[in-house]
Design a protein around this ligand. Structure first.
Ligand SMILES: NC(=O)c1ccc[n+]([C@@H]2O[C@H](COP(=O)([O-])OP(=O)(O)OC[C@H]3O[C@@H](n4cnc5c(N)ncnc54)[C@H](OP(=O)(O)O)[C@@H]3O)[C@@H](O)[C@H]2O)c1
Length: 296
């Protein structure tokens, strides 16, 4: 496994991280806990040292499973990132809603305490807001609260998960210097983070966590067929190409595919070998950029 630095946090993170949404609990999307624990353990054995979860994933179930895995691996340095859900339950964060409705200070503190309990740890490596709207810069008491939690040793670093397909909706926040990392959708089709977000992250040394790199939704089928014929490859090779595409960008710190199965853990971890795609293949993939908006 190859490691990169998570921006200004200085934390070494595996190129392939573990997206822990899919292990949120039996009955939720059918994941069985034993299978989830096995997949997580295999990922750690293969060098994965970054896990992304959230308080909202199975109402803490994903965090509790990760807590079990942390206790089983006391000698391994594992970085865990979690997220605070918006108090008003509004996903994604709409414009015009004050931050006090989504992230009031007392709620940030209560959620952080809850995540620490679920994970069974004293300090969170990375606490993130699960949604963000750049209008919130300068509003409310969230920034002081995050600073206080850092001083109290409850969290080490702070980041935001950027709303789907709105990569520019964190640029003001990045300018403030109050954020250490961003989490963003970036993949072969959704290339728009390359325009302004990733350059801003490079300039300010912000860690970049890439989610939904595999983008396997049904509506992508036709685009996938075009991609396969253009690259002269097979559908089976696409997940590797998709992960390598985002890792080819030097500002990306880690990519966090969801992977409940051992097979996918093994296939994906093997991609974290420090080798990006050849530049000519990256160029070829550029023209598969596809502008979408799921919300219209
Ligand atoms: N708003 C937010 O902050 C937000 C939103 C969405 C996601 N996330 C984070 O991002 C993570 C990833 O998102 P995601 O799970 O929606 O999308 P994804 O990583 O793009 O896709 C995951 C899916 O791809 C499958 N898969 C994994 N590796 C594969 C391979 N090599 N070949 C074929 N299929 C493969 C997985 O199957 P199996 O699971 O069956 O192995 C799973 O069904 C989440 O777990 C979460 O941590 C955050």
């Amino acid at each position: 496994m190859h490691y990169r630095t998570l921006g200004r946090t200085g934390l070494p993170v595996s190129e392939i991280g573990y997206g822990a949404w899919g292990i949120s609990g039996s009955g939720w999307i059918g994941a069985q806990d034993q299978e989830s624990l096995q997949a997580l353990q295999r990922a750690i054995d293969l060098g994965v040292n970054f896990i992304d979860t959230a308080l909202a994933y199975g109402e803490g179930h994903s965090e509790r499973l990760i807590g079990q895995v942390l206790r089983r691996n006391p000698d391994t340095q594992i970085t865990v990132a979690t997220k605070i859900p918006p108090k008003n339950g509004q996903w994604p964060a709409p414009a015009g809603v004050p931050v006090e409705e989504a992230f009031p200070g007392s709620y940030i503190e209560a959620c952080t305490e809850q995540s620490l309990r679920h994970l069974g740890i004293q300090t969170l490596d990375l606490q993130q807001f699960h949604v963000w709207n750049d209008e919130w810069v300068g509003q409310g008491d969230w920034a002081e609260t995050i600073q206080r939690l850092k001083e109290q040793g409850k969290i080490r670093f702070f980041g935001v998960s950027i709303n789907d397909l709105e990569p520019e909706n964190a640029l003001r926040l990045i300018e403030t210097g109050l954020v250490d990392t961003v989490q963003v959708i970036y993949n072969i089709f959704e290339q728009s983070p390359e325009d302004t977000l990733l350059p801003a992250c490079q300039q300010h040394h912000i860690g970049v966590i890439v989610r939904v790199a595999l983008d396997r939704k049904q509506e992508v089928y036709e685009h996938v067929q075009n991609l396969v014929s253009d690259l002269g490859t097979t559908i089976d090779e696409l997940p590797e190409i998709a992960l390598r595409y985002v890792l080819s960008h030097p500002v990306v710190s880690t990519v966090i595919p969801g992977m409940r199965t051992l097979r996918n853990v093994e296939r994906n971890s093997a991609v974290g070998d420090g080798k990006g795609l050849p530049p000519e293949q990256v160029q070829k993939l550029k023209k598969h950029r596809w502008i979408r908006n799921f919300y219209v």
